[in-house]
Design a protein around this ligand. Structure first.
Ligand SMILES: Cc1cc2nc3c(=O)[nH]c(=O)nc-3n(C[C@H](O)[C@H](O)[C@H](O)COP(=O)(O)OP(=O)(O)OC[C@H]3O[C@@H](n4cnc5c(N)ncnc54)[C@H](O)[C@@H]3O)c2cc1C
Length: 399
């Protein structure tokens, strides 16, 4: 008979990867995730409704700013701990998982590049859950090619005027502030603010608050997967952003965005490892029940072996990438590898799970069809897996 207790999570049980403190975060996240009734998880997805209350509860548990120091209200944990939390949230399809990942991604540039005033204003409120953050980079005509963004910013003395549209923004409809990339136009900017050279260098990051005049929420998306995250368009119509809300320096937006996304991809890898684990758990439970009912599942044992290896490989790369962040050696290539391996594993595992479970796999209560839909989105967002593969290849080509 197949046993759920020895097949999965080999690596998590290995103390050389997960310390006692990290395990505490894991267990806390597991309790939080498992306490959410399955009906609530299904409802958030079916109704495409963001659970702000659950996000605030997660923040009270210390998940909202887990990898940031207590000076700014954070929990002082490391990135691997945050990944373990995300893995547990992925396994159980916790309805606020993706918003939490993006929320931490947005705090990163404020923490790393922000002024002391910006840190004091945004970080403690983000940690407590008073503020929810979202990240605005993708535009209708600029997805993979981030250099093609056309949202513009023009300096008008004490403030900037932003014009343009962001699309497919996680938490867009629910957030309180947004890290937004815009091209600072030479026409209005004070000359000393603008670096010379390519237009990429004029990409500048801003912190835009929901209440700023000229900011509007646009179309809300009703997608195949990643539902319940208030994903929508953001419209900037002469949006008035105070000068002090420029993040880092003029022209540093690309650096701000890419360094945040490099960490964000590791978070996604952790979430997807959780999805893959959730699908594997469902397969193992199903085969165990089949055996108990007199249907031998031995012929599928080789497949379970293969699938377990896929989950563990995703986990190894994810933990390696998270550990690199914790050593201060955040690695874009490793993050890309982890994101690809984990989201592709989640796609494969959930596809196999739906097939093996048959019609039961298509029902919402076992979460495998949900994982199947979310994993597809996971292969696309924060840089498609195709683009990530090209990014990895570039590293080897440049040697
Ligand atoms: C659920 C979800 C949440 C999201 N959340 C956010 C968010 O919070 N903030 C945000 O800014 N964005 C967000 N996005 C947008 C996401 O980051 C983009 O969808 C992604 O970067 C891909 O861009 P695109 O959809 O425009 O696809 P495109 O760039 O148009 O790509 C389409 C296809 O062409 C391929 N392709 C593109 N360029 C090349 C090339 N040069 N060579 C070879 N192949 C190429 C791609 O791999 C892909 O297969 C989200 C998307 C989704 C689905």
């Amino acid at each position: 008979m197949l046993r759920t207790d020895i097949l999965p999570e080999v690596l998590k049980d290995s103390s050389c990867f997960v310390s006692q403190l990290q395990r505490l975060w894991l267990e806390k996240a597991r309790s939080f995730a498992d306490a959410i009734p399955i009906a609530e998880i299904i409802a958030a997805d079916a109704e495409n409704k963001f659970r702000r209350d659950l996000f605030e509860r997660a923040c009270k548990e210390g998940f909202g700013a887990l990898p940031f120091p207590s000076t700014y209200g954070g929990s002082g944990g490391d990135y691997l701990s945050f990944c373990l939390v995300n893995e547990e949230f992925g396994r159980r399809c916790v309805p606020i998982m993706s918003s939490l990942g993006v929320h931490v991604l947005c705090q990163e540039p404020v923490f790393r590049f922000g002024s002391e005033e910006q840190k004091q204003k945004y970080l403690p409120r983000s940690a407590s859950g008073e503020y929810l953050a979202a990240f605005g980079l993708t535009e209708p005509n600029a997805g993979s090619d981030t250099a093609a963004i056309s949202t513009s910013a023009v300096s008008a003395g004490s403030h900037f005027l932003l014009n343009g549209t962001n699309t497919f923004i996680t938490s867009g409809g629910a957030a309180d502030y947004y890290i937004v990339m815009a091209k600072l136009s030479a026409a209005g900017a004070s000359a000393q603010d603008l670096p010379r050279g390519s237009s990429e260098k004029t990409i500048t990051a801003f912190v835009v608050e929901r209440e700023f005049p000229g900011f509007e929420i646009g179309q809300k998306f009703d997608m195949l997967g990643m539902r319940g995250y208030a994903t929508c368009e953001l419209v900037f119509n002469d949006c008035r952003v105070p000068a002090e809300n420029l993040l880092a320096q003029a022209g540093m937006g690309r650096k701000v965005a890419l360094s945040s996304l490099a960490k964000g991809r590791v978070t996604i890898a952790a979430q997807a490892t959780g999805w893959a684990q959730g699908a594997l758990d469902a397969i193992v439970v199903h085969l165990r029940e089949a055996e108990a009912n007199g249907c031998p599942s031995g012929a599928l044992a080789y497949l379970v072996g293969d699938l377990s290896m896929l989950v563990e490989s995703a986990r190894v790369l994810t933990y390696q990438a998270a550990s690199a962040i914790d050593r201060g050696e955040s690695d874009v290539t490793l993050a890309a590898m982890a994101k690809i391996q984990a989201t592709d594993a989640a796609m494969r595992l959930s596809t196999e799970a739906v097939s093996i479970l048959g019609s039961r796999g298509l029902a919402s209560n076992l979460l495998v069809e949900r994982i199947f839909r979310d994993a597809k989105a996971g292969q696309i967002y924060e840089g498609t897996n195709q683009i990530q593969r090209m990014l990895i290849a570039r590293r080897y080509q440049s040697k």
